[in-house]
Design a protein around this ligand. Structure first.
Ligand SMILES: N[C@@H](CCC(=O)N[C@@H](CS)C(=O)NCC(=O)O)C(=O)O
Length: 202
């Protein structure tokens, strides 16, 4: 069985992998690790199981797989339902995950991930506003093109898991005004997932 090292509810990168495994009923042994105030001490400790001292890390037969995107691809080799089965939807999903993985840095930096605390920004800088508009466009595209209630069709797949932390940020920072009705409906659907509710209680 896989082992997953993660820190709920604070680690947004871990949340992607955790939600994916939970939603698809992929068995794993949870290994909860906590952040320390002293970052260098934390990195020393995390180094015992993580090559980068970061989480999430998945172990399979004693081998460490690190980075949420690499973990997703690794798991998909054994569980093809991780990605949509239709090739166009699958390609689109990989593009959207890559865009989330390497982009949206203003959203990530300005809206620190703390899913239990509701807050608001004194102002939304232009760069952040542009990212929110792009996000709305991207979600609308998936929902329209593949015609389901999830981004790549009727089933929850990895591309949805990658946007769960964003759905939570929209909620906690009250950023709803940047989104269309259709995408807000999708955001609410993500927040209503049993796995997301479970994450917030851990
Ligand atoms: N690209 C990595 C990022 C992992 C990452 O930055 N994880 C954060 C937790 S959310 C971390 O472990 N930070 C600790 C550190 O910077 O030492 C992934 O997708 O897994």
């Amino acid at each position: 069985m896989y082992q997953l090292y993660f820190n709920p509810p604070k680690s947004s990168w871990s949340l992607r992998v955790w939600v994916l495994l939970k939603q698809l009923n992929i068995p794993f042994e949870p290994k909860i690790v906590r952040y320390l105030d002293d970052l260098s001490k934390q990195r020393q400790q995390f180094n015992a199981f993580s090559p980068t001292s970061k989480i999430p890390v998945l172990y399979a037969n004693g081998q460490a797989i690190w980075d949420s995107l690499a973990i997703t691809e690794f798991v998909a080799e054994r569980y093809p339902q991780v990605w949509a089965c239709e090739p166009t939807a699958r390609a689109w999903s990989r593009c959207a995950c890559a865009e989330m993985h390497s982009g949206f840095e203003h959203l990530r930096n300005i809206c620190d991930f703390n899913p239990l605390v509701r807050t608001s920004l004194a102002e939304v800088p232009m760069e952040l506003g542009q990212e929110l508009v792009r996000l709305d466009q991207l979600w609308q595209q998936g929902l329209r093109q593949f015609g389901g209630s999830f981004l790549a069709g009727e089933n929850f797949t990895a591309v949805d898991a990658f946007f769960v932390p964003v759905a939570l940020r929209i909620e906690t920072y009250g950023l709803h005004r940047y989104f269309s009705q259709q995408t807000l409906e999708y955001q609410r659907k993500l927040l209503a997932l049993a796995s997301v509710k479970e994450w917030l209680k851990m």
